[in-house]
Ligand binder design. Sequence first.
Ligand code: GTP
Ligand code: MG
Length: 191
Amino acid sequence: MSNSEVEKCPTKKIPEYAFIGRSNVGKSSLINMICSDKKLAKTSNKPGKTKLINHFIIDKSWFLVDLPGYGYAKASKSNKKIITKIINDYFKKRKQIISAFVLVDIRHETQEIDLNFMRWLNNNYIPFSIILTKADKLTKKKVLENKKKYLNAILKEWENSPQIFITSSQKKIGREKILKYISTLNSSFKI
Ligand code: GTP
Ligand code: MG
């Protein structure tokens, strides 16, 4: 189901997990990889592809949610405003969110826009994990180096780090770990 307003999202009270991050970071591709269905969520090499709140029901028992990305510099002012409102409303009003997953490109240093979003989630009491995407674009050594750098940046900000997952939608890396994590959370939460 796709919606522009959080009020119209599915009413079924089951655990929900949302993928969020900069536009083009690979949110929709990762949903497709996790669900083993390349055509489920729409992807594009141009930023700004996902424009709505997209609910995918998994095993009839939980939702995976694809959201529009933030930080697309070339979007018009009015579009940026609309996207910000969709994202903020969604996280503030959707009570069944068990956790957000903040996706960041593993090739980049910690960016203020992502840290700011994590601070905002934290201030709104929304638990989150971090997913480093596009690991296939780096060597294994660099992947581990960058994960460590990311962890250190997070620990400068908070006493404990959230979980940090490494993924590649192209090479199908990280699927099992994320599904196992969600499954553990599903079994420990009752809404
Ligand atoms: P918006 O909907 O615009 O916010 O973007 P998104 O975060 O959903 O990104 P999307 O999944 O559409 O992917 C953006 C581009 O990155 C596409 O060209 C994908 O093929 C590419 N991409 C996504 N994940 C990976 C990955 O793990 N490895 C590589 N090499 N490319 C990827
Ligand atoms: Mg998308």
